[in-house]
Write a protein that binds this ligand. Structure first.
Ligand code: ADP
Length: 634
């Protein structure tokens, strides 16, 4: 029993208290207005029942007294009052609903802002990758994306309960006054038991959520896979439609099965028991009322009133479609967002903790690095991963040099870039820029020093010019600067050939949008990073920058590369040995450790892994007439 009470408290009461606390952010005037209106609308049918009972009870005297008799006049007044109350209810109910909608949008707007702010708050991306925070984010965002079952719905739904419960109290009051208070109390219990049986079914979702999340996520993935334009090509070519459809079905069923099981339990056990008990109590109350009437202890007015109020009160024991689902899921979403905010806040606090070098940090990292970037004893494990990517890595990148990192898939090359750009902080060791811990540098300032193209760079569905200008949003995006960057990346001609030149939207979603090829997008990403360099970035990071370019295009790009990046500290990650051989220094990474370090000539002379992989590529690659290698990955 105690465990049951505790569960009820945790599932039903606590989230509601939390939600009320959230309502503080909404203009109190609107909340108060809806609450008062809902009390009024809630009580209108009570007045209506009193008026119609008067009509019925005065009818015998009015009929015998005829037109003009006092009973007839009373009947007429009561009829007019009943009509007015009825009309008022018809008018005010939609008003209450639309004010509720307004409240919903205000609450949701605030939640949306908070969610966006929390998602972007940390310098790193851990909250968006860590399962613990990610599932809260998903739960909080799901309703907001679809526009239903949101915290705003929960707030409006809670106020809609005011209407229902003031109506219930009104009818119970009528029963108490017209007949007996014990009968009012008994009918109150009956109604609430019906309610508990009905409403309790929705609470089970709270319990089942963790189980459902996994399968719902899986089902959602397969749904997007099957229906999304991005995957349409392979779905057809590989004939995956049936397989994807089956996986979607089984994941969706797996998410639903426990719901069915639990619903059967709730419906059959709770509902049947509560209904049976409620019917017995209702029957006893009804029998007592009729006996009193038969014994002449109850006037016709009191009898009509009691019977009407009794039926109306018991009918309020139903599922409140305007409130129950909305409050349950909306409250869950609100709680999830609160937890997500706290998780993000803890992570942000951690990020703010200063580095361990103790060296005075420049307030403006502009111009850094002048000497070096050093990974000093860096260890790092991805959230939720079992094995570390790095365990005490020591690596120094000399300023102004081009350092190439090579290594097989999974060696840790991209992770290095993420640490350098502070998307993660290493739990042990430090990344030092001219001896200063990255964590001690202002993050925005440091990121302005970086021009990074990730392997999976973003393809913004915006104009071509904006796609380039995002390399340095703070710089004034002059047409000359954008065109220069596009020219250096070898994409200017393509962009100028688009219907609106650099102002062309790069998306298929709009009728006047255009789509670029994979190689053209890659050049656009290169242009973005070169634009950042022109705007003052001192560190250029290129993660597989030319993977989508053909061999000639790649060779041409690297012919210009040295001139474009003179004086810039460059980190070049590539599988293609033809592209890295001209780097000042080549580092071979394997399993998170440096196994070789030197120039192309030195590493070839050392006849180690690099020389072996280089030879392997060189042997298997047909040299084309431009002297560049045709790619086969080592
Ligand atoms: P590379 O760029 O050399 O191919 P990465 O740096 O991308 O290698 O990955 C290094 C290791 O970290 C791999 O074992 C990879 O599976 C793992 N890894 C990469 N990204 C994540 C992530 N977001 N979460 C968990 N593990 C990851």
């Amino acid at each position: 029993m105690r465990a049951r009470m505790r569960r009820y408290w945790a599932e039903a009461v606590e989230p509601r208290l939390f939600l009320f606390a959230q309502l503080r952010e909404v203009p109190a005037g609107l909340t108060a207005m809806i609450a008062v209106l809902n009390v009024v609308v809630g009580l209108l049918p009570v007045g209506f029942v009193v008026a119609t009972s008067t009509v019925i009870s005065r009818a015998p005297d009015a009929v015998s007294g005829g037109l003009g008799s006092p009973a007839w006049r009373e009947l007429t007044y009561a009829f007019v009052v009943a009509s007015v109350l009825f009309l008022l209810q018809q008018q005010l109910t939609p008003l209450s609903v639309s004010l509720g909608q307004r409240l919903k949008h205000q609450v949701d707007g605030r939640f949306q802002d908070r969610l966006m702010a929390a998602s972007l708050r940390t310098a790193g991306i851990t909250p968006l990758e860590d399962q613990a925070s990610l599932s809260n984010l998903e739960q909080a965002a799901e309703g907001l994306e679809k526009g239903n079952r949101t915290p705003g719905d929960a707030a409006a739904g809670t106020l809609a309960l005011v209407l229902r419960y003031s109506r219930l109290l009104g009818f119970l009051g009528v029963i108490g006054v017209a007949y007996a208070w014990w009968a009012a109390a008994a009918i109150g219990v009956v109604t609430m038991m019906f309610r508990y049986g009905q409403r309790g079914g929705v609470r089970m979702y709270t319990r089942l959520w963790p189980h459902r999340t996994r399968y719902r996520r899986e089902a959602e993935y397969f749904r997007v896979l099957g229906m999304g334009a991005e995957n349409a090509k392979e779905m057809r070519v590989f004939g995956l439609a049936d397989w994807v459809g089956e996986r979607y079905r089984s994941a969706a069923l797996e998410a639903l099965r426990p719901v069915w099981r639990e619903r059967r339990r709730v419906s059959v056990v709770n509902f049947v028991w509560f209904t049976a008990a409620s019917l017995v109590i209702s029957f006893l109350v009804l029998a007592s009322v009729l006996r009193a009437a038969a014994a002449g202890d109850l006037s016709l007015f009191a009898l009509t009133l009691t019977l009407q109020a009794l039926v109306a009160a018991v009918l309020l024991g139903e599922f409140y479609h305007e409130a129950d689902t909305a409050t349950q899921f909306g409250m869950l979403a609100a709680r999830a967002m609160d937890t997500f905010e706290r998780q993000v806040s803890d992570l942000a606090d951690n990020e703010r903790r200063t580095g361990r070098t103790g060296s005075p940090a420049p307030t403006d990292p502009g111009g850094l690095p002048t000497r070096e970037i050093r990974f000093a004893g860096v260890s790092f494990t991805y959230p939720g991963a079992s094995a570390p990517v790095f365990d005490g890595l020591d690596l120094t990148l000399r300023a102004g040099e081009c350092t190439a990192i090579v290594g097989l898939n999974g060696a840790g090359k991209t992770t290095l870039v993420k640490l350098l750009s502070r998307l993660y902080d290493p739990p042990a060791g430090a990344v030092l820029v001219d001896g200063c811990d990255l964590r001690d540098l202002p993050i925005d300032g440091w990121r302005r020093q970086l021009a990074v193209i990730f392997q999976d760079f973003n393809r913004y569905e915006l104009t071509a010019g904006e796609n380039i200008a995002f390399g340095a949003v703070e710089a004034p995006a002059t047409s000359d600067a954008l065109r220069r960057a596009a020219k250096e990346a070898g994409v200017l001609e393509v962009l100028e050939g688009l219907p609106d030149g650099l102002d062309t939207l790069l998306t298929r979603r709009h009728a006047d949008g255009e789509q670029l090829s994979g190689g053209q997008w890659q050049r656009l990403a290169i242009a973005r990073s070169l634009y950042a360099v022109a705007a003052g970035a001192r560190v250029l990071v290129l993660d597989e920058p030319t993977a989508a370019l053909d061999v000639r295009a790649e060779a041409a790009f690297f012919d210009e590369f040295a001139a474009l990046t003179r004086g810039i500290t460059t980190l070049l990650i590539s599988h293609r040995f033809a592209t890295v051989r001209h780097a000042d220094r080549i580092i071979v990474l394997s399993g998170g450790r440096i196994i070789e370090d030197g120039s192309h000539v030195e590493l070839m002379a050392a006849a180690g892994t690099y020389a072996h992989l280089f030879d392997l590529q060189a042997r298997r690659f047909a040299e084309d007439d431009a002297g560049a290698a045709v790619e086969v990955q080592p």
